[in-house]
Design a protein around this ligand. Sequence first.
Ligand code: HEC
Length: 199
Amino acid sequence: MHIWAKTAFAAGVFVLAPGAAQAACDVDKPGSEMTHQEAAKVYHCLEKELHAGYMQGDKRWIPGDFVTDYRGWKAASDFPAAPGFHGERYLVTFVNPVGEAEYMRFKDEGAMMPAGSVLAKESFTINDEGKVSRGPLFLMEKVAAGSSPATGDWYYMAVTPSGTPMTMDVVSACSDCHQSNFGKRDGLGYPVEEVRAKP
Ligand code: HEC
């Protein structure tokens, strides 16, 4: 093997531009027309690369074990969920052992997640040309009562597809939408109904 070929191979996914994904996962139809099974196939093609991207670099203020461990937690949906306004974005949500029992009840009202619950939501997109891109990892951590009244005692965090912690005003960028829409159930959005996993 030529030396350049070896180098290119070893560099693998890490030379990809942020968000770009292996073309091997692309499909021949618009993301909005995917069946659950087809979306699951794309996810299986992409999942290792997605996680490797989130794992890159220092997680700074984000607890590193959330990013390392979430794939071993309970998956809240059987298929990638596509609740987006324009059907491009697919999501896969995981809940840690502390939060699992309560989250998986998918209560419409009165959910109350225990402190120490963590939710991790992977994302990817499939555009109108069937091109697949990696999206951010979204995280929510339930903290002790009274720690963060403005956000319902949730800490919101996000990591770019290439592993960088995202800087944002979590109240306006995350919490306002969760609290105003889902305040009656502890801020939880839940995966769309048709893909929810069994407890
Ligand atoms: C415009 C409204 C809106 C905003 C803004 C928003 N979310 Fe969400 N979020 C939702 C909805 C709706 C769901 C459930 C469906 C889904 O998964 O998209 C959800 C689900 C989640 C979940 C899975 C747990 C759950 O609630 O079921 C996490 C984690 C999450 N969001 C984190 C974030 C973070 C971090 C931000 C800020 C960067 C953010 N969200 C901004 C609406 C929003």
